[in-house]
Design a protein around this ligand. Structure first.
Ligand SMILES: *[C@@H]1O[C@H](CO)[C@@H](O)[C@H](O)[C@H]1NC(C)=O
Ligand SMILES: *[C@@H]1O[C@H](CO)[C@@H](O)[C@H](O)[C@H]1NC(C)=O
Ligand SMILES: *[C@@H]1O[C@H](CO)[C@@H](O)[C@H](O)[C@H]1NC(C)=O
Length: 350
């Protein structure tokens, strides 16, 4: 590992990077990595390949879908917790203005493996310390501003002139013989023993806060993540990724790097050599199940995936579950099962 680092450094490696934009195409209470096969997740917003349901897909499955991004070689699935503007019981989605994925390859040794998936961030975090990982660099800020809150995973405490923005880096080291083992490289760009470095993914989401909070805010921002339980902070922000890059393009990303803004480079492959939207429209592949409604997702999560007060179901179908004894009038008090263990699974935190 060390030798590879020295060779790369002496060859004058510069950090090449590429950026892609992906439109949000679905909000849904599923997470095939964390709670596969169920509708018990908090709400997520999905980008990338639409071949994503409650069940864990393979890379090949994703590559059969429609993509919401701008690179036909990238059929990866990307998702984040949904952000809401909160006014009493009124939860309104804060629209994603732009969702970008960046990849940098300065010290990479291998292409992102087929079949690889990962999570960054701590969906259970309720404090800055719990959100902190020395290398994920989770931060919330106003686009275009250098100001940061003292807790950098707090939302800005005054109105953003431009968009509200979040940035999160992903692990960039993996054990090629056991893809469930992944981690971040250290300060000298070295991976833990037995792991190889691949191009590093970063999410940047920009939110259109003006459409839901036209008068702005001062103090705790009136926003809450689907994984959170308090206004004002973004500690529980996390990102999920399942690799859907076609293998040839993943190799090209390793070798050529990319270039994004800098030189207009693009990760080419046999599926395309320029930014282009898909000719099909990404859609929910399982529209009859799960929910895109915030409060229904809270109920389903508390009730093992069953919507006890699903507005589209007849009331007679509703009262049959044991869980329906919980009072829906106290929505804010619905118990939130801890996902800590599940979110930590497979991640070697420093
Ligand atoms: C994630 O957050 C939970 C709090 O719910 C905390 O117990 C756990 O230690 C955090 N994980 C890390 C790696 O900080
Ligand atoms: C809920 O909040 C949104 C965004 O602030 C607003 O447009 C909408 O009118 C509110 N709805 C109700 C029922 O208060
Ligand atoms: C999903 O919806 C379809 C159509 O309504 C239904 O047949 C199927 O059983 C549902 N699947 C689950 C897991 O609920």
């Amino acid at each position: 590992m060390r030798r590879a680092f020295i060779l790369l450094a002496s060859a004058g490696a510069v950090s090449a990077w590429t950026e892609m934009y992906h439109k949000a195409f679905m909000n849904k209470n599923i997470d095939p990595i964390v709670v596969p096969g169920t509708y018990t997740s908090h709400m997520h917003t999905f980008f990338g390949s639409d071949a994503i349901t409650k069940d864990m897909p393979t890379s090949a499955d994703l590559q059969k879908g429609c993509y919401s991004g701008d690179n036909p070689n990238d059929l990866s699935a990307y998702w984040i917790p949904t952000l809401y503007h909160v006014d009493g019981d009124n939860f309104t989605e804060v629209p994603v203005f732009r969702f970008s994925t960046y990849y940098t390859n300065a010290f990479s040794e291998i292409a992102i493996p087929q079949g690889f998936s990962m999570i960054s961030g701590n969906a259970s975090a309720r404090t800055q310390a719990e959100a902190d990982n020395a290398y994920n660099n989770l931060e919330w800020f106003c686009e275009g501003s250098n100001e940061r809150e003292s807790d950098i995973a707090n939302f800005p405490t005054s109105t953003c002139d431009q968009h509200l923005q979040v940035s999160l880096r992903f692990p960039n080291c993996v054990n090629p013989d056991n893809l469930a083992e992944y981690d971040f490289s250290d300060d000298s760009n070295k991976c833990p023993d037995g792991m190889k470095q691949f191009p590093q993914l970063r999410y940047a989401a920009r939110y259109d806060t003006k459409s839901v909070a036209p008068n702005g805010w001062s103090g705790d921002a009136p926003f809450q993540l689907s994984c959170g339980d308090a206004l004002g902070n973004g500690y529980c922000f996390h990102g999920d990724f399942i690799n859907g890059w076609f293998a040839d393009a993943a190799e090209n990303m390793l070798n050529a790097g990319g270039g994004g803004y800098n030189d207009g480079q693009f990760i080419s492959g046999e599926h395309g050599s320029s930014a282009i939207e898909d000719d099909c429209t990404p859609t929910d592949q399982d529209p009859d199940n799960g929910t895109s409604d915030y409060w229904t997702s809270v109920e389903m999560k508390a009730n093992g995936g069953v919507a006890v007060a699903d507005p589209v179901e007849s009331t007679s179908a509703v009262v049959t579950t044991a869980a329906s004894t919980s009072s829906l009038s106290q929505r804010g008090d619905v118990p939130r099962p801890s996902l800590t263990t599940k979110y930590m699974w497979g991640i070697n935190w420093r």
